[in-house]
Design a protein around this ligand. Structure first.
Ligand code: UDP
Length: 495
């Protein structure tokens, strides 16, 4: 009996890979409509290799069938609906067309590995997804998973919580960061992790069946790459899954960001590219497009009407406006800085405080009386709009917020940093003359007050320089490269 278990779409239409129990592989090309070409070739082993279009129970059923007996008829039932009748034993166009219709739902698949340690990784994953949809509609299936939180046992599933505990105790974080940098230490650690999480990671990869994995987190290289390698060695993976990293730090990157086994490593600038080289990556593996930021920043930066935006967001249209933000979690001395600004700025100025996921800070600030116009926000999803209606921003040295502010042409006052990975962002801002640094609330208020008053020209010049330094197209360039890699691998697999 000839039954089909596998299918795949490429850019220009559907390329169908059909595996039959009679050890035949038939390819059909479908250009958004009826099948117009078929060919037959031999295939040595009717093995299951891609089930992207199936729901999870069908996938499980197909996998069981495949594992127990390579019984392709069971797999075919899951893949294309009811079991084929005896009349459809051999391939004919109607059978293949029916298959093609069902496989139109199947897509080339990208799996993004992230983790909720800070808002930056989440925002980067969102940026890649948004860009993928903006550029390619629903051509690709793009899923983001946190392997540590959702596919690991205790205590690994608590990784994000441990991160927030550690960064609140800077000396502990610094110790952890530095001690885990040497290769022999983290290799040893990751080998231990792999032994524990291997089965669950493997299952996640089989469930998502991606052609390409893109990691936006420093802890998502070594273990996933080890698991993929083991899967290839024991033949539970038929096709090679491409592995890429998008580094979301701007200057000082932890060594676990870099794994010489990746197909591509996307970095923000030459400083990070040099670190990648020092960690054993070759020239051809490194691409420098800039830090990924959500496409809304690119679109808005081309066509911005500050006053209309302010009106839409319910803000004063004419007031000089400063944003105060502490990353995705609302970290730092936000309340004291807001108070200092409220006392130092003129009543015609305006402050937007973004508390992110810090609910208690938001509640606290909303209940205070202010001397100037203050808009207190929780976590906002339209950051591009809010930034675009500001004149400057006060933030910790988070790479995501810095990259976004530069794209919007906002001069930056840095008020602190997470030790190690954000420390280098302070000289980055100062050396490029796009902002200032102070941890003292009074001094920060004074800097902003100068910028809105006697130093207005300097504010304008810094804004120009910030815009020149911003890379609004970075995410589009990264996603185009990823799409080409996926398409290339799909075509290579079919030829
Ligand atoms: N962010 C957001 N909405 C909020 C607060 C923050 O979208 O209400 C985003 C912000 O635009 C940036 C990210 O969260 O993209 C924060 O990243 P960053 O690297 O600055 O700091 P982290 O939170 O990772 O320490």
């Amino acid at each position: 009996m000839n039954n089909v278990i596998d299918g795949k779409l490429d850019v220009h239409g559907a390329i169908i890979t059909a595996t039959a129990s009679g050890q035949k592989l038939r390819l059909g090309w479908v250009n958004h409509g009826p099948l117009n070409k078929t060919s037959t070739t031999s295939f040595p082993n009717g093995r299951l290799h891609r089930l992207g279009s199936l729901n999870s129970s069908a996938k499980a059923q197909a996998r069981r069938a495949s594992a127990s007996s390579h019984s392709n008829s069971a797999i075919a039932c899951s893949a294309v609906g009811p079991p084929p009748s005896e009349e459809t034993e051999s391939f004919d166009d109607s059978h293949t067309r029916q298959l093609a219709d069902s496989l139109q739902m199947d897509k080339l698949s990208i799996l993004c590995l992230s983790s909720d340690t800070g808002g930056g990784h989440r925002a980067s994953a969102q940026a890649l997804y948004d860009c993928c949809v903006t550029l390619y509609g629903n051509e690709f299936s793009f899923n983001t998973v946190d392997l540590w939180t959702n596919h690991s046992p205790w205590p690994f599933c608590n990784m994000p919580k441990s991160y927030f505990f550690l960064v609140k105790h800077p000396w502990l974080w610094r110790l952890n960061f530095r001690c885990s940098e040497p290769n022999f230490i983290h290799e040893f650690m990751f080998s231990g992790y792999e032994a524990i999480v291997e089965r669950r990671f493997r299952q996640a990869f089989l469930d998502y069946t991606p052609q390409l994995i893109v990691s936006v987190h420093p802890l998502m290289q070594h273990v996933p790459i080890k698991v993929l390698k083991r899967m290839r060695n024991n033949r539970s993976l038929e096709q090679r899954i491409l592995f890429t990293t998008v580094v979301t730090d701007l200057t000082r990157c932890h060594s676990t960001w870099f794994h010489p086994g990746v197909d591509k490593c996307f970095v923000a600038n030459d400083v990070v590219a040099r670190q990648a080289e020092r960690r054993g990556l070759g020239h051809s593996q490194i691409t420098c497009h800039g830090l990924p930021i959500r496409p809304a920043f690119s679109l808005i930066s081309k066509n911005i009407d500050k006053y209309e935006l302010r009106l839409r967001l319910g803000l004063d249209t004419l007031a000089s406006t400063v944003m105060l933000i502490g990353g995705g979690e609302g970290m730092g001395k936000i309340a004291t800085i807001a108070e200092a600004l409220s006392h130092r700025l003129s009543s015609s100025d305006q402050l937007i405080v973004v508390c992110g996921r810090n609910q208690s800070l938001e509640n606290d600030l909303k209940n205070r009386k202010w001397k100037i116009k203050v808009a207190v926000k929780g976590f906002i999803n339209n950051m591009a709009e809010y930034m675009s209606c500001c004149d400057c921003v006060i933030t910790k040295a988070g790479p995501g917020t810095i990259a976004e502010a530069l794209t919007c042409g906002l001069p930056i006052v840095l008020n602190g940093c997470i030790p190690c990975q954000e420390e280098g962002n302070i000289p980055y801002v100062l050396d490029n003359d796009v902002g200032a640094y102070s941890e003292e609330p009074e001094q920060i208020a004074e800097i902003v007050s100068q910028w809105f008053g006697p130093s207005k020209i300097r504010l304008g010049l810094m804004s120009e320089r910030a815009r020149q330094l911003g890379r609004p197209e970075a995410t589009f360039d990264i996603v185009r490269d990823l799409a080409n890699m996926v398409r290339g691998s799909a075509v290579a697999e079919c030829t």
